[in-house]
Design a protein around this ligand. Structure first.
Ligand SMILES: *Cc1c(COP(=O)(O)O)cnc(C)c1O
Length: 427
């Protein structure tokens, strides 16, 4: 693969024009949309309008006139199209960690009289998911069982097994689970399946209803481009929608908040997963992010939601893997699965000799405008260089240039410079 191949792929790319929907700094190749998505071009004006008109002029009237009151549901309906859900099944609200608390609480409540007391997850799951599960299990008399490898999941689905809690695409490795098969296995064993879509929504096709999942949550500021700390989302399968229990029983989840009744009566459906007054400015920014992803729908040509994005995402990650292996032979080990069905929209590399330098290489790349990130290893996992590929605004020449910079950083020993070896607070 050479630079001309990359130029040709860009020229033939049906999604190339979508880059115009984003504001990207000059000279930056952004490979970190899996951590913080980029700024949609529509967002600054929309946020200014919400602030100066809806807030400034409309004031309290805007809860009705600008329809602030059902913004979480309206955004949920847009998001539903990206995750294989139906309108009315999703709300955008609160943060990912908080939403996980809510759905896991609901799942544990449903299972509390089943005699089953074990929640199963992976040790490599994102830590906040494990922390939330740990405290909820302790509080509610369940045990959290962590497997070291996905191959151990079937054996963990025994008589004790109550809830499977997994992240669909692993944040460190980019490995993607078979949601349908694992959900079916969990159900066959008598348990519920809770999925975290933080690295899936807007990144890979997700079919929650087709997979028959029970609960799902996900993040607004990664591939959905909702802005730093954007509201997250919650989905609940229709069969649970009006019986699941919301532990944070605030007034926005009440059936009739403006009756100001002294007793809690949950709203029907997923609306009960709202808690308090919603962050309207942040939700408005998130809407621009959702629209920026939905813009790709026009190119799906009836192949189903996310088909065009997925095709390009796999082509970009394939190109990156090929170029790294051709141009830095023997230097890096590929951590992300090669098989397409097991790959999210990111590529993770470790140093082949497992020596030091992963952090410094990432820092040296950032200094050259190639922004990826680093995740520290432990006894089980090597240090990782992590590169997210967002097909909405990345092209194949970007991939070529990113690898060219990587080759130079490594061959010129640039990463050994002291300034690239000082650990920052956020890696
Ligand atoms: C990014 C991420 C989160 C983030 O949680 P916040 O509450 O938004 O900080 C949670 N879970 C997973 C799997 C993630 O990748």
């Amino acid at each position: 693969m050479n630079l001309d191949d990359c130029r040709r792929l860009d020229a033939e790319d049906p999604l190339a024009a979508l880059r115009g929907h984003f504001i990207l700094p000059e000279g930056v190749i952004y490979l970190d949309g899996n951590s913080l998505g980029v700024l949609p071009r529509a967002a600054p004006a929309r946020i200014a309008e919400v602030v100066s008109q809806e807030w400034g002029e409309g004031l309290i009237r805007s809860w009705n006139s600008a329809r602030w009151i059902d913004l979480p549901q309206r955004l949920g309906d847009k998001l539903a199209r990206l995750i294989g859900a139906a309108p009315g099944e999703v709300v955008c609200t609160d943060g990912t960690s908080v939403n996980l608390y809510k759905v896991l609480f609901a799942a544990l409540t449903q299972m509390k009289n089943s005699g089953r007391k074990v929640v199963v997850s992976e040790r490599s799951n994102f830590p906040t998911d494990l922390y939330i599960a740990e405290s909820l299990c302790r509080e509610r008399g369940f045990t959290l069982k962590l497997v070291d490898d996905a191959s151990e999941l079937p054996a963990a689905m025994n008589d004790e097994f109550a809830v499977l809690m997994l992240t669909h695409v692993n944040y460190r490795t980019g490995a993607m689970h078979d949601m349908k098969a694992l959900t079916a296995a969990a159900h066959a064993a008598g348990a519920l399946a809770v999925w975290d879509l933080a690295h899936s929504a807007g990144a890979v096709p997700v079919a929650l209803n087709d997979c028959d999942a029970d609960f799902a949550i996900g993040c607004g500021y990664k591939y959905l481009n909702g802005g730093p700390g954007a509201p997250a989302f919650v989905w609940v399968h229709a069969r649970h929608a009006s019986r699941f229990e919301q532990p944070l029983s605030g007034w926005f989840g009440h059936a009739a908040p403006f009756e100001f009744s002294p007793h809690y009566r949950p709203a029907q459906g997923v609306a009960r997963y709202l808690c308090g007054t919603q962050p309207i400015i942040s939700l408005s920014a998130l809407e621009c992010g959702l629209d920026s992803v939905l813009a790709a729908e026009a190119h799906d040509a009836g192949r189903g939601s996310m088909a065009a994005l997925r095709t390009k995402s796999l082509a970009l990650t394939d190109a990156f893997i090929t170029l790294v292996e051709e141009r830095c032979p023997g230097r890096f080990a590929l951590i992300t699965p090669r098989a397409h069905v097991q790959r999210g929209s990111q590529v993770c590399l470790a140093l082949a000799d497992n020596g030091p330098g992963a952090y410094a290489i990432v820092q040296a790349l950032i200094a050259r405008g190639v922004i990826g990130d680093y995740r520290a290893g432990d006894s089980q996992m090597p240090d990782i260089l992590r590169f997210g590929f967002t097909p909405l605004y990345l092209g194949f020449v970007d991939v070529w240039n990113a690898v060219e910079h990587l080759v130079q950083v490594v061959e010129l020993d640039e990463w050994k410079r002291p300034e690239f070896n000082q650990r920052l607070a956020v890696t």
